[in-house]
Design a protein around this ligand. Structure first.
Ligand SMILES: Nc1ncnc2c1ncn2[C@@H]1O[C@H](COP(=O)(O)OP(=O)(O)O)[C@@H](O)[C@H]1O
Ligand SMILES: [Mg+2]
Length: 244
């Protein structure tokens, strides 16, 4: 099946909390494949921006648009894959958590079964399919969240600190699976405050770096340029601080 290239963009996005702009006139467009990084210190507004892009919250002003060849009005929502730092795990089996996602999308039973089997094998949870998902370790739960995201066959991935609290084996497995997806042309926005991870993992396939500071987003830079010649003084300070 030919994939419709999905374009996710925000124009002039603003979000205020307690009379402060935590997302401040942000223009962002995610259309190219590869792993783009969204970096910035804790509190910069990254999660708020991702929540706006994912449609979890509405902006106070500005617009968010999902367009792309063959993407009819409203159908784009289901094509956005989202992983947060803490996955939402339901009181069901590992399989049941996956099935819930595909049922909600109206996928028929035989297709659900096949996709879930593939998805759980990919994240190496196929032997745990019948287990209560709440008994999984943090790393396993995040791998389940990755499977839930991928079996929905998203056209763009938004990963917000998806591996920030995991042990190295789970982190590496998730990085590898996401990198493989990005290599197939799937656009990935990888949100992190961890520059070592960004360096190791980001920028592949033409992905760029978006730097966020106090709600403002700097124009994107190639990953090499970001590390050697960051465009803003705030980004320079962030890099210098992280090197200490
Ligand atoms: N619901 C909320 N009410 C008040 N302040 C909030 C709320 N959500 C986020 N903030 C504040 O907005 C800022 C940006 O938060 P966040 O988007 O989580 O940043 P990041 O993900 O970059 O760490 C922080 O100062 C945070 O405390
Ligand atoms: Mg955050």
């Amino acid at each position: 099946m030919a994939e419709a290239r999905l374009i996710l963009e925000g124009r002039g996005l603003c979000l205020h909390r307690q009379s402060r702009a935590i997302v401040d006139r942000v223009d962002i467009r995610i259309d190219a494949g590869g792993i783009s990084g969204l970096v910035g210190a804790n509190g910069a507004g990254k999660t708020s921006l991702v929540s706006l892009l994912a449609g979890l919250i509405a902006p106070d002003s500005g617009v968010r648009r999902i367009t792309g060849a063959g993407c009819v009005e409203g159908a784009g929502e289901a094509r956005i894959g989202l992983m947060m730092q803490k996955p939402v795990i339901m009181r069901r089996s590992v399989y049941g958590n996956c099935d819930y996602v595909l049922k909600a999308l109206g996928v028929e039973k035989a297709v659900r079964r096949a996709r879930i089997a593939d998805g759980l094998a990919l994240v190496r949870l196929d032997q745990r399919a019948r287990d209560d998902a709440r008994l999984l370790s943090a790393g396993e739960q995040q791998r389940l969240a990755l499977a839930q995201m991928l079996i929905a066959e998203p056209a763009v991935l938004l990963c917000d600190e998806a591996t920030s609290s995991l042990d190295p084996p789970s982190r590496r497995l998730i990085e590898k699976i996401v990198a493989d997806k990005a290599a197939t042309g799937l656009p990935v926005l990888w949100v992190t405050h961890n520059l070592a991870q960004l360096k190791r993992f980001g920028g592949r396939g033409g992905g760029r770096v978006f730097f966020m500071h106090q709600g403002r987003l700097a124009p994107p830079q190639d990953i090499e340029a970001f590390f050697t010649a960051p465009a803003s003084k705030e980004a320079r300070a962030f890099l210098a601080y992280e090197r200490i």
